[in-house]
Design a protein around this ligand. Sequence first.
Ligand SMILES: [Zn+2]
Ligand SMILES: [Zn+2]
Length: 346
Amino acid sequence: MKAVVLYGPNDFRLEEREIPKPGRGEVLCRVKACAICGSDPKVIAGKWKWTRYPMIPGHEWTGVVEEVGEGVDEFSPGDRVSVEPHKGCGTCFQCATGNYTLCENYGRPEKGHMHIGFTSDGGYAEYCKVPAQCLHPMPPGISFEEGTIITTAGTSLHALERVGIYAGDSVAVYGPGPIGIMAAQIAKALGAGKVIAVGTRGSRLEMAKSLGADHVINSKSEDPVKGILELTDGRGADVGVEASGSPLAAKQLLESVRKNGRIALIGFFSEEVSLNLNRAVVDGIRIVGSRAEGMRACARAMDLLARGLIRGRPLITHQFPLSEFPRALETAVKRLGDAMKVVVKP
Ligand SMILES: [Zn+2]
Ligand SMILES: [Zn+2]
């Protein structure tokens, strides 16, 4: 099979590999589409300290079951599936309480932990072998390309479930990238009232608006805190979502929510952030961090997508064959042509 194999920081090669054989509890899939995630360039640059070389990256993929290993009766050859990249060890405190994305044995394959495309072979290949629990059935109405958005959607949904969305909530989302736009759509699907997207790129704010944000604020030209207060009767948003990874956005978000408001942090920050936490103390703000697509959120995100309550296809701005992986990566990293989601097809 053809695969993009990572041999070290920024040393990836398109080469021929043996098709893996599924062992007990494993499923071999023919990969149909794999989206480039914001974390892929970090993995490829060698900034994920748990990566063991050589490894095939790629963790947002969909495909068709080719062969099942011993003991697998959940899937059959021909099934359409999407992947969930985290597989916890299954035995630590976090896994035993269902929080497998927080597995205490992260990066220890000898304990049964796996993070597909980060610590074990992923989807920039014609085939990928994964434990059966890392797959979700994909309904026929969802295309392979659109289905790649499920891990992103699961990440946003998990964060919103952790912070809690109530009917009619006003929700301010900072960072209208794939995760932020998904958070805006999902908030709406969960019954939120006014959704306000804040960002610095006009094209991304436009997309947020076309996919359900009621208001958009360009924080380059407008003070987002002032804008959000004006849109919420001077009170502040009920819920704030940080999906930009920008320290400035985090500071602004803390000022954008109402007293007794809630904040979900989903974006990875590029540097340490200093915040006026007295705002949180004095005004009773609940701040919730959330990592990845825990608690089987991908399955519920799939349901929202299948019922047309959220949309993934508009986020996919570019598609490349696997043979053009370097160009696909460059397009995603440099956001060439206003790239949002770039999908690679083996
Ligand atoms: Zn991802
Ligand atoms: Zn664990």
